[in-house]
Design a protein around this ligand. Structure first.
Ligand SMILES: *Cc1c(COP(=O)(O)O)cnc(C)c1O
Length: 333
């Protein structure tokens, strides 16, 4: 497939501005890229990927999209909105708390099983098929079975991998990186939440050969994320006809902020959310951007950050409404 003409979903460029009070407190020149403000379905980094993914679904003549993720997934919410806009049926196979078997399922801080993105999916008419909790691999094969069944029923199905992390999704984020470089190319580091990989792979491709460190704070304990990043960068090279050729050792992916696993609300992230809210009036989320900001704070504390830093806000704020009260109390709110 050639690169499709993207369908417009996101208002761009998203704002990029300084964080004066946090800068003073941390002794950094800290800025923020506001992909929480895409203007699309409560914002977030998935809108950019969906401009390409939905374009490809339409180009292939699909009438149904099948994807998967956690039930509180920001990706599934934005996918649901994009499908609604284009008259596509959206089937999402989900688990409340899928986990990495070698790492085990987190025991505390589960998000609520209503409200947040689950409510928004319902309003959008997403067919959310929730399975009992299990491993990510089980979730992926269940989604594959659902897609096969729908095809047997005569539907024309477009399959989207978790988080929209196909080479096209990464390409969309490469463009986001180029957009930020046009706004201000003087950052010594860019810090953001990383999970399914296409945000990181796209930004790494966009900043390749520059002096900017591209630091992904992993929100997943997945050991094979480096392979995914390498594959997604190779995929971008194929699509673009370039040969940037990023290898696993080229990626800076930090696992210190993962905590007890993916998808739960834990204290360091909640405290980072409070710090951002109470200094800059900006909301982060418990699963991704809060963890990423907690990771940034830990790097600053360890003096492992340069002076001029861009924090990339990837969105996710609807899950703030799905954090149980006792978790906030525990974090001092
Ligand atoms: C999906 C998501 C991420 C991670 O992006 P990937 O491309 O999956 O690595 C980060 N932040 C938020 C809010 C997200 O929803």
């Amino acid at each position: 497939m050639p690169i499709p003409e993207p369908v417009p979903l996101v208002c761009r460029p998203t704002p990029l501005h300084p964080l004066p009070r946090l800068s003073r407190m941390l002794g950094l020149d800290l800025w923020i890229k506001r992909d929480d403000l895409t203007g699309f379905a409560f914002g977030g980094n998935k809108g950019r990927k969906l401009e390409y993914l939905v374009a490809e679904a339409l180009a292939q003549g699909a009438d149904t999209v099948v994807s998967c993720g956690a039930a509180q997934s920001n990706f599934l919410r934005q996918l649901g909105a994009a499908c609604a806009m284009h008259g596509l049926r959206c089937v999402a196979v989900a688990m409340h708390l899928p986990y990495e078997p070698g790492f085990g399922q987190p025991q505390r801080g589960r998000l609520l099983e209503s409200s947040g993105n689950i409510l928004l999916d319902r309003l959008l008419g997403v067919e959310l098929r929730i399975l009992p909790d299990g491993s990510w691999e089980e979730l992926f094969s269940a989604a594959e079975r659902v897609a096969d069944e729908l095809e047997e029923q005569g539907r024309r199905v477009y399959r989207i991998p978790v988080g929209g992390s196909s080479p096209l999704g990464a390409l969309a984020f490469r463009e986001a990186g180029l957009e930020a470089r046009r706004q201000d190319d003087g950052f010594q580091a860019v810090v953001f939440a990383s999970s399914s990989g296409s945000t990181h792979a796209g930004l790494a491709h966009a900043y390749a050969g520059s002096h900017t460190r591209v630091i992904g704070i992993s929100c997943d304990p997945e050991p094979d994320l480096y392979d995914t990043l390498e594959e997604l960068c190779a995929g971008q090279d194929r699509l673009l006809g370039t040969s940037v050729g990023l290898r696993r050792t080229d990626f800076e992916l930090r696992f210190e902020a993962v905590g007890s696993g993916y998808g739960v609300a834990e204290r360091p992230a909640l405290e980072a959310i409070l710090l951002m809210a109470r200094h800059e009036g900006i909301f982060l989320d418990p699963v991704y951007s809060g963890k990423a900001f907690a990771g940034l704070l830990a790097l600053a504390e360890a003096r492992d950050l340069p002076q001029r830093v861009l924090f990339w806000h990837t969105g996710g704020t609807p899950t703030l409404m799905a954090v149980p009260d006792e978790c906030w109390e525990d974090a001092g709110a």
